[in-house]
Design a protein around this ligand. Sequence first.
Ligand SMILES: CC(C)(COP(=O)(O)OP(=O)(O)OC[C@H]1O[C@@H](n2cnc3c(N)ncnc32)[C@H](O)[C@@H]1OP(=O)(O)O)[C@@H](O)C(=O)NCCC(=O)NCCS
Length: 220
Amino acid sequence: MPSEAEVRELYRAASVEPPLSEPESVADLFARLYAFALSSEDLSAVTAMEHGRLVAFAYGHPWSWSEQQDAWSAQLRERLGVVSQTLEGTHVLSLLARHPDATGTRLGARVLNAWLAGIDNSCVWLQTSDMKTPALRLYEQLGFVAIGHGPDAPNGMPGLVLYREAAARRAIGLRASMCDNLGRAAGVTIRDRARAPGRAQRKPTRGWIVRPPRTSRSGR
Ligand SMILES: CC(C)(COP(=O)(O)OP(=O)(O)OC[C@H]1O[C@@H](n2cnc3c(N)ncnc32)[C@H](O)[C@@H]1OP(=O)(O)O)[C@@H](O)C(=O)NCCC(=O)NCCS
């Protein structure tokens, strides 16, 4: 697993650029959250290294409301309302970033796809800014749909919560019926909630490595 400092530097470099243009304090925060998760969660992560440097990274962990006692999670639950039930037993994608030296190589997409494969393409969610970012475009291409808003994102606006059904369920067309309903949000009764292994079946921290393409600018 990469160190907290490596994750901080990668996210700082990726997020300081437009359209995110985030202050370094956001990278500090995400790096601290990563360090905390590393010590306390069953992480799965995918790294791409080039010349010993971290150039892309994705990590996440299983999500169970009973294990998420912090203020951020409480606000997420409150803002999502009944839709929050959908997240129980899924995975959260906590962070995705690709170094700007590798812009245009789809390395970030490859790392994300490897991470999704690593969790067996099971149900997954994430929170992102609702600005039109390359990240949002990528998530939509991969079948994520908006199900509501959560705590404020670094741009000060409520973050957009995106959800992706498990591959098998998407294949039989549940996405259109269920996720569209979820998108209509509050007041919806979730009858077809996804199930995932409980804590007893959870696996320890897992990591995979993606090899960056030779065209990455950092290789020059
Ligand atoms: C989301 C992310 C991982 C995607 O990485 P990637 O798959 O390697 O994406 P690429 O660099 O190949 O770019 C994909 C497309 O976005 C465009 N793009 C990439 N960076 C861009 C930028 N900063 N501004 C505008 N367009 C950009 C590329 O030109 C490309 O366009 P195309 O589809 O027309 O060819 C990466 O953009 C990133 O790290 N972003 C900052 C961090 C972030 O937003 N993380 C997610 C937070 S929830």
